[in-house]
Design a protein around this ligand. Structure first.
Ligand code: PRT
Ligand code: ZN
Length: 305
């Protein structure tokens, strides 16, 4: 709470988060892992940060790039697909985007893909020539076609893109895909990726007061810590000294491990290491084969590089 001294309302950071959708829960989970305690009444559009000078505004994801570049919010959590579409839309009107990407986040993964009705052949982008493509991302699709010098008709829809071919409104679609089950349910086949997407943290182009900017930097450091530990594991084992080079090689993504002598065992040591990748059963089996025993794998709660 000490950190909240002398914080006036103008110094409070405003962060835009999707109100209700696929990014809402992972965004709030990330903020909670960064230590933010939010008080939010039911259906309230603003969440008040109790222990950080940071408030969360809950909005539609499509509004987030504008809210940030128009300085209504200082920060925003939004999909790269929404950001890039906005960037291209602005460019088409001779403007440049003013929001600045700060971090790539490890959620909201999906891809904007082209998909054709099952049974339709597809032999690369040239198969798109003269076809009607339904999408809610006309600018990203237009760029994809332009870069391949393909003339096709873009049918811009506001939703339910996957049923457009069945309704005879388009020959194929360009839509977001994550598991692929929506495409499958609609008898569509994914044939090409237009954009790989994930959530992004963006900020206003404006300079912030130093005390506020310091909180942005603290938040970034915490986000980096949270993202690093998600995959990381702390591994402890006993091993013969002679097997150390092999054991080091087997530990996935670890920096120099800590080697501790074992009381009364001249030739065996304890090895402790942080592995920055998941540790699979196969790795444990290989470690055992190399002579390791008493192997323990623990989740990492927090990490500050
Ligand atoms: O109301 P609001 O405008 O805020 O929400 P929205 O309906 O526009 O967005 P929402 O909540 O659907 O998605 C928000 C963001 O999540 C997107 O902009 C992407 O960055 C990301 N994301 C990740 C996805 C998906 N995965 C995804 N699968 N967004 C949408 N989908 C849809 C897709 O359009 C298709 O209808 O899910 C369906 C396909 O999913 P699979 O798993 O069947 O392939
Ligand atoms: Zn939206």
């Amino acid at each position: 709470m000490n950190d909240m001294r002398h914080v006036t309302d103008e110094m409070r950071l405003k962060l835009a988060v999707q109100k209700s959708g696929r990014l809402t829960e992972p965004s709030l989970d990330l903020l909670a892992r960064c230590g933010l305690k939010l008080s939010r009444g039911k259906d309230q559009l603003v969440g008040f940060g109790e222990n950080m000078p940071l408030d969360v505004l809950f909005v539609r994801d499509d509004d987030i790039p504008d809210l940030v570049q128009e300085d209504v919010c200082d920060l925003g959590l939004v999909g790269l697909n929404v950001l890039e579409e906005k960037r291209l839309e602005l460019a088409s009107r001779g403007h440049s985007a003013r929001f600045q990407p700060l971090r790539t986040l490890d959620f909201g993964r999906c891809r904007l893909s082209l998909a054709v009705p099952e049974g339709t052949s597809y032999e690369g982008a040239r198969s798109l020539r003269g076809r009607r493509v339904a999408t809610t991302y006309p600018f990203l699709l237009e760029k994809y076609l332009r870069e391949r010098d393909i003339a096709a008709e873009i049918v811009t829809l506001s939703g339910a893109v996957e049923i457009a071919p069945r309704l005879g409104r388009a020959d194929l679609i360009c839509d977001l895909v994550s598991t692929g089950s929506t495409l499958q349910a609609n008898h569509l086949r994914e044939v090409a990726t237009v954009l790989e997407s994930h959530a992004v943290l963006i900020r206003t182009p404006l300079d912030l007061p130093p005390a506020t900017d310091e909180w942005v930097q603290r938040l970034l450091m915490r986000i980096d810590g949270v993202q690093q530990v998600r995959e990381s594991k702390y591994i402890m084992l006993h091993a013969p000294r002679g097997a150390l080079p092999e054991i080091r090689r087997l530990l996935p993504g670890s920096e120099s491990p800590t080697i501790i002598p074992l009381e009364g065992c001249a030739d065996r040591v304890a090895v402790h290491a942080v592995c920055r990748e998941d540790v699979f059963w196969e790795t444990l089996e290989s470690l055992k084969k190399a002579g390791a025993s008493a192997v323990l794998v623990l989740p990492v709660e927090k990490m500050l590089a």
